[in-house]
Design a protein around this ligand. Structure first.
Ligand code: CA
Length: 222
């Protein structure tokens, strides 16, 4: 999953980018509200974390512009402690959730996981489940029938994307856009390598190849 972080506090942004990367998210970081309006609407983000106090344009204005343009990406706003007015304005402007600074990084992680599941219509799942597989996003491992199967970081990222989009045809370029940040070169052949590793670990049938179209996860199970 690929996230946009808009935060002008550089030490905090550094810390959050590091933590989110370790949790298997590709993250693009911006500090200016005007840049965020453009990039948030033009890149295919799965979720946006938006600070409200920003240079250039306030986070609230950024959010209002995105929603006016029809951008439906889940947005989690970061607000100042004690500012209930900010939280209310943010929710009215179309925020999906908020966190009050300072917050524990694990709380951000859990809220992001929940928002991503909710956005995919999977709000009823406390843990991701699909095709007989149970994904533990905290431990970055997967299990089937109670048996743990170890994953590399890259396999975990790919499997999480598949499990959030079961039975959908996903092209290699689509997967690359959602698994790598804007700084990384996107080589869609790498996707093929990781798909093959997942098949070796989880069974060939778990990811089907649709010739000329892409991959489809969880059609028949493993
Ligand atoms: Ca700020």
């Amino acid at each position: 999953m690929r996230l946009l972080l808009v935060e002008d506090n550089v030490p905090l942004a550094d810390e959050l980018v590091g933590a989110l990367n370790r949790q298997g998210y590709a993250v693009d970081w911006l500090a200016d509200g005007r840049d965020a309006v453009h990039q948030g609407a033009s890149e295919p983000y799965d979720l946006i974390v938006l600070d409200l106090g920003l240079p250039g344009l306030s986070g609230l204005d950024v959010l209002q512009k995105w929603r006016a343009e029809g951008l439906a990406t889940p947005v989690l706003i970061l607000t100042a402690r004690g500012s209930w007015a900010e939280r209310i304005e943010g929710l009215k402007a179309g925020a999906d959730d908020y966190l009050t600074k300072p917050f524990h990084p694990e709380e951000l992680q859990l809220r992001i996981q929940a928002l991503l599941r909710r956005a995919r219509g999977l709000a009823n799942q406390p843990k991701l489940e699909a095709a007989g597989l149970h994904l533990d996003e905290g431990r970055q491992s997967v299990s089937r029938d109670g048996e743990d199967i170890q994953l590399t970081a890259a396999e975990f990222r790919l499997l999480r994307y598949f499990m959030l989009h079961p039975e959908q045809i996903l092209s290699k370029s689509h997967l690359a856009e959602h698994l790598y940040d804007g700084e990384n070169e996107r080589d869609s052949n790498v996707i093929e390598v990781h798909v093959n590793h997942l098949r070796r670990k989880l069974g060939r049938a778990v990811v089907e190849t649709r010739r000329g179209q892409g991959y489809r996860f969880g059609g028949t199970g493993g």
